[in-house]
Design a protein around this ligand. Structure first.
Ligand code: KIV
Length: 265
């Protein structure tokens, strides 16, 4: 698989932001939202978080390849400039052969720029196979929703800290161009960010990371739950409630549709 020149440039531009300017990223699952995010983001992730955000699944393990591809096709239509990354869902990269086949399928069908995989040492050879085949990869360490039993922050125990730092170096060696750090203790996020030459993108991993990512529904306040690492920048639930309530009142009182909304001969 040969990388297009513009894809390569976008990735190099992102790497060069390390120690210079923050990387802005968010998740998107469909075109209209992606169109808005594209004006502000360096990287847009079609995250497998869509399993919980859109489908109410208990875990991202229930998300399959087809769902990721269909949502990514929609997101693709909304992106002109940002780097588009697609999560490889659970059970689609159990070995190098499977990972290569599925990563190629994702890239061909969605025209995304890169894929993201969760894990460290365990997926070292798999990541190496992908990058050797010219498939750009983003790593993901810290809390790993596809395999972790609980989502408590990482970095309390020394063994955990050493493993995450080692894994980050291994992923860099395997050729990933960036690593997402999810729910990682601040001093550990700092250490990882300092010890590798590629950018870290944090979610619940402090402002020390080279960039930040949030789930778009969380940022917008569409998701009613409260999580420590999320800041709600809007209360879209309130706005939608107001709009739908007004619509229902108007329909009942025959205030909508008006003549201007209707067709006449
Ligand atoms: O699936 C997702 O949205 C993610 C982000 C939380 C980084 O992996």
């Amino acid at each position: 698989m040969a990388l297009g020149r513009s894809m390569k440039k976008k990735i190099l531009d992102l790497i060069q932001k390390k120690n210079k300017s923050k990387i802005i990223s968010l998740t998107a699952y469909s075109k209209n939202i992606a169109t808005i995010l594209d004006n502000f983001c360096d990287l847009i992730l079609v995250g497998d978080s869509l399993g919980s955000v859109l489908y109410n699944y208990k875990s991202t393990r229930q998300v399959n390849l087809n769902m990721m591809i269909e949502h990514s096709k929609s997101v693709r239509m909304g992106i002109k400039k940002s780097l588009m990354v697609v999560d490889m869902p659970h059970n689609t990269y159990r070995n190098s052969k499977e990972a290569l086949k599925n990563a190629k399928k994702i890239i061909l069908q969605t025209k995304c720029d890169a894929v993201k995989l969760e894990g460290g040492k365990k997926i070292y050879q798999i990541v190496k196979t992908l990058t050797k085949n010219d498939i750009p990869v983003v790593g993901h360490l810290g809390v790993l929703p596809q395999s972790d039993k609980n989502f408590k922050f990482k970095g309390k125990k020394n063994s955990e800290r050493n493993k995450i730092l080692k894994d980050a170096k291994l992923l860099e060696n395997a050729g990933v161009f960036s690593i997402v750090l999810e729910c990682v203790e601040t001093s550990l996020a700092k250490l990882v960010t300092e010890k590798i030459n590629i950018p870290t993108i944090g979610i619940g991993a402090s402002n020390i990371c080279d960039g930040q990512i949030l789930v778009i529904d969380d940022l917008l306040g569409l998701n009613p739950i409260n999580v420590r690492f999320v800041k709600k920048y809007a209360n879209i639930r309130k706005e939608i409630t107001k709009a739908v309530s007004n619509y229902s009142k108007d329909v009942r009182k025959k205030k909508f549709p008006q003549t201007k909304h209707s067709y006449k001969l």
